[in-house]
Design a protein around this ligand. Structure first.
Ligand code: ADP
Ligand code: MG
Length: 804
């Protein structure tokens, strides 16, 4: 069709109803990962029809459908041309690559410098255009206004002007050793050390003066600079010092000195910052007292003073928050604007009857969450809700009540878990909560007190026998099954539902939004509930799960014994091992978590293998140990977890891959090595693996020589049992992005914004809601750039929006 369009000279008449109509009809059939989808979504709001003929030609080429298909580059930055292109537009017109899209090679910098700049690693993609450079933000500034004499240096971020006294370079072939230097300024001397930067030794010539800037800390009781930045004390630097300027320090790469990078960014800023289009309409800016885009960018690089910097930071943070809020909220609109969902309330007595049949009373928090869910699913707008709760807070029970409501209204429901073993666990739990007999086979039947007809529950995972899967699929398609519990095998094409009314996803962070969409597609417009046992701070859930309503179970069922948590100092390690042994002798089981190794899963796995060997041969030669790490195949991992659950081993040595959510009631000890390297939330997750049974459970935190700061963090885990409180502390201490699983969503990657900035995030959300209410497609000139950035972000994350 598009080739036809090309032949006809782009008159938009090759298809009945126009090209936009065609695109609308096909978009759902284009795989989410296809760049074509990106090109379609990147069309302006008024579609193909609004493009000029030459823009249409370029767009068709970018889709790869034209006869003169061009290189792929045009699909990454698809045509967003629009008839009235302002000078500052990022949009690339056919055959043109000027403006902000100018390649950095065109700046007057050396070719080798450009090469190095392209190697800077960033999670927002490499730097290739001047726009990328203009928005390559510094992570801190050197404050030349506050130069300290060496004699007065104290721990913290410091800057000093000093002479290199001696340099101790590692010999060739021993590059792993740090470079050490002694610095003097006539008033004192201090050591400096650089790790993994052997080139430093060639640049620091004894006798030469530099400005050193970076962290000063204690080592062996003496102060030293750790990995400081340094600048030769040139005329220029001395001038900066005289003026007391704030000089940016950028994320860089090996062999690219700050001053070279600074010069490149400076050139880009001088030449191009006034081409950067304004993202926000004037009324939003003035309402929130935000400075203009270009000003904010310039000041964020080169603030005159701290206030300047704060203003720029606020403006750029707001932009980031706003774009992401628009993405999640637009996504939510898209779901909710589809066909209406089935109203799942035919028999409210069923859910109530189920709750009454339980051997315990729901906690207040469970009741509140369940009420919210039941209200949602009895309305025609499809539910999209997140159910958060610490391990053991009773989410599964609440989810099961929702399943009952669905099936009592004559609909089917599905519960999806990220691994076979979790799916199996849910299948068992749900079956037993509903009172099904513990039959073999993938389909069970329950005769309950609260429903006249029997309830049929099925189990579907990739690991099942082909014949079993086939039987389950057939039963599901014929509505002979009410509830299916399984893994992502559920979203395979061959699975069809007769009438799916409710979809529940457990441990949502393990699935992407893509899987969420696929599962939803299995029904007309089913209600959706996602569950997670990873408590995350409110600001983070507003961002990462901002498209969902939030229910929180913040209370544990009564009578739970807190897990006794202790910090174990290195010389108490033998006692800790004895304790583990005693527990095993009483018939219990234990976990040993190996330290986190950031570099790679392979190295981490190797360390775990060694620890397993050491413990098996030297510490617990008489006990049965097994091993779990990330380099094992899913089937192997499942096997290890299964046999541990079956009690075939006493101690499971594992890396951090151990499943969230897995229940091993007989395990009572969680011993965590290198505890100081984990985040508080992750420690809490590990701790949740024990205490699942009736016995008192214990969590032992080990760390060799932790800093005072690390000790304080570990004390928080010792004192606080509430996962949400720990998550807030974690955010306060370490910043965002450290939460297990939220990173890959991309929604938590901020370049400037900080998630502790709750008020600004709330403002951004408020504005986003208002904008979408008034102008759901963000039509109009004043929103052009905003619309473009929202689409671009959504496309880069495979998020389908309602903008087109
Ligand atoms: P989660 O899925 O949040 O980890 P579960 O729903 O699996 O929690 O519940 C954990 C355990 O607590 C289960 O054995 C469940 O039967 C029990 N339980 C759930 N709710 C209550 C309650 N209100 N009172 C007592 N026990 C409960
Ligand atoms: Mg559970």
């Amino acid at each position: 069709m598009l080739q036809q369009e090309e032949r006809r000279g782009y008159d938009n008449k090759s298809v009945l109803g126009g090209v936009d109509r065609l695109l609308k009809n096909v978009i759902d059939r284009i795989p989410l990962s296809s760049p074509i989808r990106g090109s379609i979504l990147a069309l302006p709001a008024r579609g193909y029809a609004s493009l000029t003929p030459s823009e249409r030609a370029e767009w068709i080429r970018s889709v790869g459908a034209g006869s003169t298909t061009r290189a792929r580059t045009s699909t990454r930055r698809p045509a967003r041309t629009s008839p009235t292109k302002p000078a500052g537009s990022l949009r690339i017109a056919p055959g043109e690559s000027g403006g902000l899209a100018t390649p950095i090679e065109r700046l007057s910098i050396r070719g080798t410098t450009a090469e190095k700049i392209k190697k800077i690693r960033r999670n927002v993609g490499p730097i290739s255009t001047v726009y990328d450079l203009v928005t390559h933000y510094p992570f801190r500034h050197i404050d030349y206004g506050h130069l300290a004499k060496i004699a007065t240096l104290q721990p913290g971020d410091r800057t000093t002007l000093a002479r290199v006294h001696t340099v101790d370079a590692p010999f060739r072939g021993n590059r792993g050793r740090p470079v050490r230097a002694v610095l003097t300024d006539g008033f004192g001397r201090i050591d400096a050390v650089w790790f993994n930067q052997s080139w430093v030794a060639n640049q620091l010539k004894p006798g030469k003066e530099f400005v050193f800037s970076g962290k000063v800390g204690y080592f062996n009781g003496r102060l030293q600079f750790e990995n400081p930045e340094y600048e030769p004390a040139t005329e220029e630097t001395l001038e900066d010092i005289e003026r007391g300027r704030l000089i940016p320090v950028y994320p860089s790469t090996a062999g690219l000195p700050q001053r070279t990078l600074r010069r490149a960014v400076g050139l880009a800023l001088t030449g191009y910052v006034d081409l950067v289009p304004e993202l926000l309409p004037e009324w939003i800016r003035s309402g929130l007292n935000l400075e203009a885009q270009q000003e904010a960018i310039s000041h964020y690089h080169y603030p005159h003073d701290a206030d300047d910097y704060t203003r720029a930071e606020k403006r750029l943070s707001f932009d980031e928050f706003l774009v992401k809020q628009l993405v999640v909220l637009a996504r939510r609109r898209l779901w909710q604007s589809g066909p209406s969902a089935p109203r799942l309330v035919a028999d409210p007595a069923a859910a109530t009857g189920f709750v009454a049949s339980l051997p315990f009373q729901l906690t207040n928090a469970q009741r509140r969450a369940l009420d919210q869910i039941l209200a949602d699913i009895s309305a025609p707008v499809p539910m999209s809700r997140l159910l958060q709760g610490d391990v053991g807070s009773g989410k599964t029970v609440v989810a099961t009540a929702a399943l009952v409501a669905a099936l009592s209204s004559g609909h089917q429901a599905v519960l999806m878990a990220p691994t076979e073993i979790l799916a199996e666990q849910h299948f068992r739990t749900v079956s037993s909560l509903l009172g099904a007999a513990d039959d073999e086979g993938p389909i069970r039947e329950a005769k309950s007190s609260f429903l006249e007809r029997p309830i049929r529950i099925a189990h579907l995972t990739g690991g099942q026998k082909a014949s079993e899967k086939k039987a389950v699929r057939a039963a599901v398609a014929n509505a002979e099954v009410d509830i299916v519990v399984g893994t992502h095998a559920l979203i395979e094409e061959s699975v069809e539902f007769e009438r799916l009314g409710l979809a529940i996803i457990d441990e949502q962070h393990r699935f992407g939004v893509v899987q969420r969409d696929l599962l939803k597609k299995k029904g007309q417009s089913p209600h959706l509930l996602v569950m997670t046992a990873t408590p995350i701070p409110r600001t983070l859930s507003l961002t990462v799960y901002g498209d969902l309503d939030n229910s929180v179970i913040d209370e544990l069922p009564p009578g739970r014994r807190p897990i006794e948590t202790r910090y174990v100092s290195p010389h108490d390690r033998p006692r800790a091992y004895n304790f583990v042994r005693e527990q095993v002798q009483q018939g219990r089981q234990a976990f040993v978590i190996c330290p986190l190794v950031e570099e790679s899963e392979a190295i981490e796995a190797k360390a775990a293998v060694q620890e397993h060997r050491r413990l098996s041969s030297e510490v617990f030669p008489d006990l049965r140990l097994s091993l779990l790490h990330g380099r094992m195949k899913p089937a192997e991992k499942d096997h290890v977890m299964r046999s541990f659950r079956a009690g075939e081993n006493d101690i499971l040595v594992s890396t951090s891959v151990i499943e969230v959510g897995i229940d091993i009631p007989n395990a009572t000890v969680m011993m965590i090595e290198g505890a100081d390297r984990f985040g508080l939330s992750q420690l809490h997750q590990f701790r949740g693996r024990v205490g699942r049974g009736a016995d008192q459970s214990y969590c032992l935190l080990l760390a060799d020589d932790p800093s005072d700061e690390a000790r304080e963090r570990l004390d928080l885990v010792v004192r606080i049992q509430d996962g949400f409180k720990l998550a807030e502390e974690d955010l306060r201490i370490r910043g965002e992005g450290e939460y297990y699983g939220v990173r890959q969503s991309g929604l938590a990657d901020f370049r400037v914004a900080r998630l502790t900035d709750e008020d600004l995030l709330a403002e951004a959300r408020r504005i986003a809601v208002k904008l979408l209410d008034e102008n759901p497609n963000l039509d109009g000139e004043e929103f052009r750039e905003l619309r473009h950035q929202v689409s671009e972000f959504a496309v880069s994350r495979n998020i389908l929006l309602a903008f087109h």
